[in-house]
Design a protein. Structure first.
Length: 310
């Protein structure tokens, strides 16, 4: 194959086709007609002597050769985009850029609130558009439609860049007059009612089935290993709601320690160490390779990491 005869647009077509696995959606992504995209796929098939995408009962699927090409093509295009991007410095004091960030309720209240405080002095005209995990998908992040995702992730696509912002332990929050005090042990913990809280993952959320222990997260997984189960009366996706219920409704809230610090000055609650071991969690920041070399994006990532380290 003579590389000088390869149309660079074909690599762009291939990259999008392997992400979308659909000619029509790929054409929409590139703002070209469907016939033009179909012709591009035909040229790719001729170029690589491979079908690239084949129709199956589950829709169009990439061939083994296409899967082999995908990370190489993505890497080449990412480096090319970084190379031809104008090397201008990001000026935070004068920038009016809007950054769209997917963040869990936990990340928004414990981290991004402090980031906003830094932006007021360092980048007063920069805007943050904070969306929830149910508003977006991994695909939105991959395409750069969302600048970054900040959450606790069990798995991330291999193409994403990621950075651990901090590790956090767990604490229990209860009303200062809760009957589990002062003898707060495992038996006392299990005797009383609890509020469950979490905001993880991407895409439209679904309801919780209390019987599916392994899907309830870190706290209940650890209890399950001990052969125990807590009595959960409320499932919520908002940390402030969980902490309010602990303060006002007599429920026990077991949640990341940095979240409980938001109530550090509230004399109506007590914060205790859990009466069993719960592994620490990692709050991570993830972003698309398409934005990895963007100077404004680099500046914001550094600011977020700096705020998280304080």
């Amino acid at each position: 194959m003579n590389i000088s005869k390869i149309d660079l647009n074909l690599l762009v077509y291939l990259d999008v086709l392997l992400r979308e696995k659909n000619v029509t959606r790929s054409a929409d992504q590139l703002s070209i007609t469907q016939p033009a995209m179909s012709n591009g796929l035909k040229r790719l098939r001729d170029l690589f002597s491979d079908p690239i995408l084949v129709r199956t009962s589950e829709g169009m699927m990439p061939t083994a050769r296409a899967l082999q090409l995908q990370p190489v093509v993505r890497d080449v295009l990412s480096k090319l985009e970084a190379t031809i991007q104008p090397e201008t410095e990001f000026e935070p004091l004068s920038s009016s850029r809007t950054f769209r960030i997917m963040a869990s309720d936990y990340a928004e209240t414990t981290l991004l609130a402090k980031v906003l405080g830094e932006l007021r002095t360092k980048a007063p005209s920069v805007t943050l558009d904070i969306v929830t995990p149910s508003d977006v998908s991994f695909h939105d992040v991959e395409l750069g439609k969302v600048d970054m995702a900040i959450n606790r992730f069990e798995e991330l696509p291999m193409s994403f860049h990621q950075k651990v912002i901090w590790y956090d332990t767990f604490s229990c929050m209860v009303n200062k007059d809760h009957p589990c005090l002062p003898n707060f042990d495992l038996d006392s913990y299990l005797e009383h009612q609890h509020v469950w809280v979490s905001k993880t993952g991407f895409g439209v959320g679904v309801g919780i089935d209390p019987t599916e222990v392994q899907k309830l997260g870190w706290v209940d997984a650890e209890l399950d290993r001990l052969g125990k189960k807590r009595n959960i009366r409320v499932f919520t996706r908002h940390y402030h709601m969980a902490m309010w219920l602990a303060k006002e409704q007599g429920l026990i809230a077991t949640l990341p320690t940095k979240a409980t610090e938001l109530y550090a000055d509230n004399d109506k609650v007590k914060v205790l160490e859990p009466p069993f071991d719960i592994p620490p969690i990692a709050l991570k920041m993830a972003w698309s390779p398409l934005l990895h070399h963007d100077v404004g994006h680099i500046w914001l990532r550094r600011l977020i990491v700096d705020v998280g380290s304080k």
